[in-house]
Design a protein. Structure first.
Lengths: 115, 115
DNA sequence: GTAAGGTCTGACAGCGCTGTAAGGGTCAAG
DNA sequence: CTTGACCCTTACAGCGCTGTCAGACCTTAC
């Protein structure tokens, strides 16, 4: 299928589909005219990218993870790096939450001092 | 005092001090030669900007808040907008934490599925 | 053939800072 | 007067996407 249809079916913009490709996450065939030609395989990949992106991952991180996700749905091929990366990501998120919580505390303090 | 000294005393880079000025948060006098000349008043302001920034606020938001913070230390002049802005900021932070928490849940799920 | 609609590449813009570098004055001490 | 430390302005770069526009080609259908 062409890029427009894939965009419609996955809810990912045409712009981003091209961007994924530029970042090496996708490599669709090309028609003689140079049009990108995506297969069902690629559609799956896009859905997975979207899924992992929803978990707050960078495309770069997703790219590292992608080879492990080629097959099943939310299940992964047990790549060596997989667990490490996932755990690391959770750690990153925890750090950000921690930072935000501190900010929240500070602001709440200000707010209380105004009452 | 000149910008270098202020930077040293507040721990804010020269670059950022000039940036604050560009954003309208600071307006130091100028010597004949065009050098920025900061007074103790300005130093206080910088410390407050730093303080609010540590709470995760945007310079734009800080600018709105600044008039209310001109006087006391962690206490504020009760501007009309003050409470509203503070509460709004806390709300923003809560949203971000919520988003991150969801991401965390998703990732933790993946991680669990690998075990 | 023509027009509409899809696609291509390349590039600029914006978010909110922050560093750095270039090119050129200023000031104080020796 | 010279040197070194500081200061000035302007502007480019990077983070990680995402939209949008320009100029040009392809395709489908009437």
């Amino acid at each position: 299928m062409k890029i427009g249809e894939l965009a419609r079916r996955t809810g990912v913009s045409v712009r981003m589909l091209r961007y994924y490709e530029g970042e090496g996450l996708l490599a669709p065939l090309r028609t003689e005219a140079g049009y990108r030609d995506y297969g069902p395989e690629e559609e799956q990949t896009v859905r997975r990218i979207k899924m992992l992106g929803a978990a707050g991952m960078t495309l770069e991180t997703i790219q590292q993870l992608l080879p492990c996700v080629r097959n099943n749905d939310p299940a992964f091929t047990p790549c060596n790096e997989l667990r490490r990366i996932l755990a690391q990501q959770v750690g990153l998120i925890d750090e950000r939450i921690e930072t935000l919580s501190q900010s929240r505390t500070i602001l709440a303090g200000y707010l209380a001092s105004v009452n």
